[in-house]
Design a protein around this ligand. Structure first.
Ligand SMILES: *[C@@H]1O[C@H](CO)[C@@H](O)[C@H](O)[C@H]1NC(C)=O
Ligand SMILES: *[C@@H]1O[C@H](CO)[C@@H](O)[C@H](O)[C@H]1NC(C)=O
Ligand SMILES: *[C@@H]1O[C@H](CO)[C@@H](O)[C@H](O)[C@H]1NC(C)=O
Length: 632
């Protein structure tokens, strides 16, 4: 079904609709606006009702025959949500905001009158979705034939198959080969590049509908900041001294692991190797050694105890929910466990196995991953944070019952994930016998966390910056590839594995994944940085972190049972999107800007160790990338 084109005539009609007839204009405008919003609320209730049905269908017994029904219901939710947002934005765009007295109403109108892709006209919106489907297939579709011969394996997808192979690969040649094959496959006849170009054209178009001359204003819509990129970049430079030390140490390790990889002593790290380092962050058999070798320094294995203590995923869920109770937040009622919490089937869960949260006020529902391991245990804590957030913000009017900016909710979840993985917390759950690790183990743990976080952050930034610079016209089509490698050189010390040309298109799968606003690199960046800022302030509030006191380090804080931390979390959640995200973050942190301080204080012991170690090994941090991208 297609929506009729909302043209000038309709806008005229709307003007009549919202122009008050009585003498008190404010009251008239407010009344008319409230009517528009009331109608929208009725319609979103319908969407929630379909969502509820989807949840019920998915969790009903003998659901296998229902596959088609669920799919068409999901499409209905998608289509109906788009129509609603699109019409609502058009209807609200003619409301004179300055005439409204009620600050909440004003905020609502300002927020709902501007959209990203959903602001596109139906035909363009369909095209954007088609392009995103195609982009998704670059990442998850069967694309690569390893070793020229596909007869044994069939074509493989980058995620998860190639990534997994790379994680285990011991030969540099294999990493290199996979790196090249995937890029060749997706960009045959310039397909990847031209798909990207078409998509950027639509992003620009969406910006013109918002009246934004600079297209990235629409990409960064709810960050609501002039030149938001500058703020992100400042954070990257803030943590750069730590990144450079880690980079230098890893480069030294790479030379030992891959003598054949062409990494000169003053050079940047080759991209396929950097990918592998990142993919191995939680791999038990990393090729890159943690700081302290020897069995006694290894991180204690929690797997067996986890099975003994927590026994089932249901018990883990309860345990994670209890974390929030200890902070004074919502106690999930038994009806939640009885009716709205369901296990996913093994085959549906797949390798990724991500729990799903369904929002249909007044209920929130969960379909959880049936696996039981350390990583899932931490992730379910994050999922429970999402559920808590929904329960608080659902009390706000439709349109404000959401996070104030993309990534904000994930940042809150990140704090709980960090807390749940600490030795202190594992000890509380009786998974570890001691509430702290030895100094050596602790450093090994920080090192792994450091690889996980510090290597990823500049990559989120590079991917985001590349997209935004292309969108705003600072990078032209003819210079895409070398511009990308310039960013890798400047912000990450990563270089192409061999000479490349501007006609190649070497962006990585995380870049493609981040083209979808739902999973953007901007959002990931924000969640990580803001997550550490929140974590720091919750830990300070709980008294478990005392700056300068080595017996109370930030990295072993779980802020469990702290009403002070709970209050901060509660106050942020309850506000939803009713205030600017800077106002909301200020409540918890006292700060109004993104900063790398949380990360720097968390990793302070690692930073100290890396500096000393690099000095001992006579390693000079920093890099000079070779000029490996040719501009002709
Ligand atoms: C007009 O209506 C608004 C909102 O109802 C109210 O706050 C304001 O006092 C009214 N002004 C006059 C002059 O009646
Ligand atoms: C927008 O206004 C039109 C015309 O009054 C109305 O038919 C439609 O339901 C409204 N839609 C929303 C979401 O406000
Ligand atoms: C716990 O770890 C600390 C620090 O390594 C150590 O001093 C203490 O003896 C350990 N306690 C137990 C019960 O193992």
């Amino acid at each position: 079904m297609r929506l009729p084109f909302l043209g000038v005539a309709l806008l005229g009609l709307l003007l009549v609709l919202v122009t008050p007839t009585h003498s008190n204009h404010t009251a008239g405008y407010e009344g008319a606006t409230k009517q528009i919003l009331q109608r929208a609320t009725d319609r979103i209730r319908h969407v929630w009702e379909i969502t509820r049905k989807i949840f019920v269908q998915l969790t009903a017994k003998g659901k296998s025959q229902l596959g088609g029904t669920v799919l068409s219901s999901k499409q209905e939710v998608e289509a109906e949500t788009y129509r609603l947002y699109y019409e609502l934005a058009a209807n609200l765009s003619v409301v004179p905001v300055s005439e409204l007295n009620d600050p909440l109403l004003r905020r609502l109108v300002q927020r709902m009158a501007k959209l990203q892709l959903q602001g596109l006209r139906p035909k363009d919106y369909e095209q954007a979705k088609d392009l995103l489907r195609q982009i998704h297939s670059f990442v998850s579709g069967p694309m690569v034939c390893p070793h020229d011969d596909c007869s044994a394996t069939g074509q493989l997808a980058m995620v998860p198959q190639i990534v997994k192979r790379n994680m285990y690969a011991k030969q540099y040649e294999e990493l290199l080969d996979n790196w090249k094959r995937w890029r060749t496959a997706i960009n045959e006849n310039d397909v990847a590049k031209s798909t990207f170009k078409d998509y950027v054209r639509l992003l620009r178009k969406a910006a013109t509908y918002n009246g934004h001359v600079t297209p990235s204003r629409t990409w960064y819509l709810n960050y609501d900041t002039e030149n938001f990129q500058a703020e992100l970049e400042a954070v990257v430079w803030e943590i750069m001294p730590l990144y450079r030390e880690l980079h230098a140490y890893l480069r030294h390790e790479v030379q030992a692991a891959y003598p054949k990889a062409d990494t000169k002593s003053d050079g940047a790290i080759s991209a396929p190797i950097m990918d592998q380092i990142l993919s191995q962050d939680w791999f038990p058999h990393q090729f890159f050694r943690t700081p302290h070798q020897g069995k006694q320094h290894q991180l204690p294995s929690v797997h067996r105890r986890l099975e003994e203590v927590l026994v089932t995923p249901v018990k883990i869920n309860r345990m994670a929910a209890e974390f929030f109770e200890s902070l004074g937040l919502f106690v999930l009622p038994n009806t939640f466990y009885d009716r709205y919490s369901r296990r996913m089937s093994e085959e549906e869960a797949g390798v990724d196995c991500k729990s799903q949260v369904y929002y249909f006020p007044p209920e929130v529902a969960l379909r959880y991953c049936p696996k039981l391991d350390y990583k899932k245990m931490m992730q379910i804590h994050g999922t429970m944070a999402e559920i808590q957030y929904h329960l608080y913000k659902m009390r706000l009017p439709f349109g404000l019952d959401t996070e104030p900016c993309p990534g904000f909710g994930a940042a809150i979840a990140e704090t709980v994930i960090l807390a749940s993985g600490t030795p202190r917390h594992l000890n509380r759950l009786k998974i570890l016998l001691n509430n702290s690790l030895t100094e050596e183990q602790s450093l090994n743990r920080l090192f792994r966390m450091g690889v996980h976080t510090l290597i990823a952050v500049p990559q989120y930034f590079i991917n985001d910056k590349f997209l935004v610079d292309v969108m705003d016209g600072r990078i032209g089509v003819k210079e895409y590839n070398c511009a990308y490698w310039d960013l890798q050189d400047k912000f990450a010390g990563v270089q192409p594995p061999r000479p490349r040309l501007n006609k190649d298109f070497d962006l990585d799968y995380k870049f493609y994944r981040g083209l979808n606003p739902e999973t953007s690199n901007t959002k990931k960046f924000l969640a990580e940085i803001l997550g550490f800022q929140f974590y720091r302030s919750f830990c300070l509030a709980s008294g478990q972190y005392r700056p300068g006191d080595p017996t109370h380090p930030l990295h072993n804080c779980d802020f469990y049972g702290s009403p002070e931390a709970g209050k901060k979390m509660h106050d942020m959640m309850e506000l939803g999107a009713s205030r600017h995200w800077r106002d909301v973050m200020e409540i918890a942190t006292g700060e109004r800007k993104l900063s790398g301080r949380g990360i720097l204080e968390y990793f302070a012991p690692l930073f100290t160790w890396l500096k000393e170690r690099n000095k001992q090994l006579d390693i000079e941090p920093g890099w000079d990338a070779d000029e490996l991208c040719r501009r002709d």
